[in-house]
Ligand binder design. Structure first.
Ligand SMILES: NC(=O)C1=CN([C@@H]2O[C@H](COP(=O)(O)OP(=O)(O)OC[C@H]3O[C@@H](n4cnc5c(N)ncnc54)[C@H](OP(=O)(O)O)[C@@H]3O)[C@@H](O)[C@H]2O)C=CC1
Ligand SMILES: N[C@@H](CC=O)C(=O)O
Length: 410
């Protein structure tokens, strides 16, 4: 019985997690695949680092040595950046290997080309680990898409941001301290700007869009904002009125156009993401037959991500090479438009309440912080006119009775 030979590119949080899981779950893998899975090679950058890797594994900084191995079936990529990873994976496909990647930045940019090349070379592409860590959202959407028409996808897609927001609220820790904990835990990207400025969630959203709708919005049109403007003071003001900050990615198709945004919003306790805390991610999919489904689980870290990669390993071995990158999505039903376009907002750093017929002043949360109902255009104008600090949308129902109590208490 010949073995399935795997090369792992990168031996950081994810690469090492995959290596360890292949050893720890060797029996299960053999039982499912009918063959033993063996790590033949590991690609690293720094030869000086100590690594717990068996002596019979080729450890190299030269990718061409991996390509020259006599047998190589699967290449798992867990490196950072678009290059040299894209080039490595193209070469691996041309060598006849299935590929699996955890690298969302590279995959958001080059996934389509990799799929096309994989199709030409009759191999498969696994990318479950690129979105929402250990949650099997890609496979779930692929299954759902067979008949259901997906209308909307919303998610907390960055474990680091959700972890930081939770730590700041629960432990009253500063942003910097909370980010450091995320880095120590192996959640953050090598450059955490990607996490806290919303780029990581943006890449994941574009990958999800391809799966859910078969296409992506124009990247320039996507509103992208991170969590760096959220202070402990704001978190506490929101908490007083029963709201929590969540960094939410939204995707929907309306009038044949895909709309997407990745930004911090405020949610109340009735919202499915209110209790998604720490490094957890969640993805909420609304489809025409099944209705609303929420998947929740660990969004980053060594073993959750290794779990996604290992499940992909089984998937690429068992699946017939895909005919196309993603299943073309059946036509999605358009989202009903909000007729007045009014939304609820928390605006902070305002000098005064301003009489304006188009803005509904709901309540004052604390000095300079108000809840209002207005169109996006009106709230932007208000913030500009008063040189206010900023504003966040509040999604879901806002409980008026509870608010009245809060107003009286203030
Ligand atoms: N951490 C997480 O929870 C998750 C991460 N991901 C993604 O997985 C990928 C890896 O992340 P993570 O493990 O956290 O990152 P780390 O920074 O922990 O590890 C990166 C690894 O890549 C190696 N490496 C970097 N550049 C090169 C290169 N040019 N050639 C060869 N090896 C290289 C490093 O080598 P060396 O050890 O020698 O420095 C290191 O082993 C990223 O794309 C990330 O976005 C996806 C889901 C979750
Ligand atoms: N840095 C990412 C890792 C997983 O994708 C995150 O925090 O979500």
């Amino acid at each position: 019985m010949s073995a399935i030979k795997v090369a792992i590119l990168g031996f950081g949080t994810v690469g090492e997690g995959v290596y360890r899981t292949i050893q720890s779950h060797s029996e299960e893998l053999t039982a499912v695949l009918g063959k033993k899975v063996e790590v033949a090679a590991v690609l690293i950058k720094n030869k000086q680092k100590e690594r717990a890797i068996n002596e019979d594994v080729l450890v190299t900084t030269d990718f061409s040595e991996i390509l020259e191995l006599p047998q190589l079936d699967i290449v798992v990529e867990a490196i950072v950046d678009k290059e040299p990873t894209f080039t490595f994976l193209k070469k691996a496909i041309e060598r006849g290997c299935h590929i699996i990647t955890a690298n969302k930045e590279m995959f958001a940019h080059h996934g389509k080309e990799l799929f096309e090349l994989a199709e030409e070379n009759h191999v498969s592409v696994g990318f479950e680990a690129t979105v929402a860590g250990g949650i099997p959202v890609i496979q779930t959407l692929r299954q759902l898409l067979k008949i259901n028409r997906v209308q909307q996808v919303q998610g907390i897609l960055n474990g680091t941001s959700n972890f930081i927001l939770t730590e700041m609220r629960v432990k009253k820790q500063s942003f910097a301290e909370s980010l450091l904990s995320a880095q120590v835990n192996g959640y953050a990207e090598a450059d955490p700007t990607n996490d806290v400025e919303g780029y990581d969630a943006f890449y994941k959203t574009m990958i999800l869009s391809r799966i859910a709708f078969g296409e992506e919005p124009n990247w320039q049109d996507v509103e992208r904002e991170g969590i760096t403007s959220i202070t402990i003071k704001l978190i506490e003001a929101a908490e007083k009125i029963g709201l929590r900050f969540k960094h939410i990615a939204s995707l929907s198709r309306a009038g044949g156009q895909i709309k997407a945004s990745v930004k911090p919003v405020l949610v109340g306790s009735e919202h499915p993401f209110y209790h998604v805390e720490g490094v957890e991610n969640a993805v909420n999919v609304f489809s025409d037959i099944v209705g609303r489904i929420t998947l929740q689980g660990p969004g980053a870290g060594m073993y959750p991500t290794a779990s996604a990669v290992i499940e992909d390993l089984v998937y690429v071995c068992q699946s017939k090479p895909a005919k196309s990158s993603v299943t073309p999505s059946p036509t999605a039903i358009s989202e009903p438009e909000n007729p007045q376009g009014k939304e609820t907002w928390l605006v902070y750093g305002l000098a005064k309440k301003q009489l304006n017929t188009s803005i509904l002043w709901i309540e004052q949360v604390s000095e300079g912080t108000f809840i209002i109902q207005a169109t996006k255009k009106d709230v932007e104008q208000l913030v500009r006119q008063q040189n206010a600090q900023g504003y966040y949308p509040i999604v879901g129902e806002y409980d008026v009775e509870m608010k009245d109590e809060v107003v009286t208490a203030l």
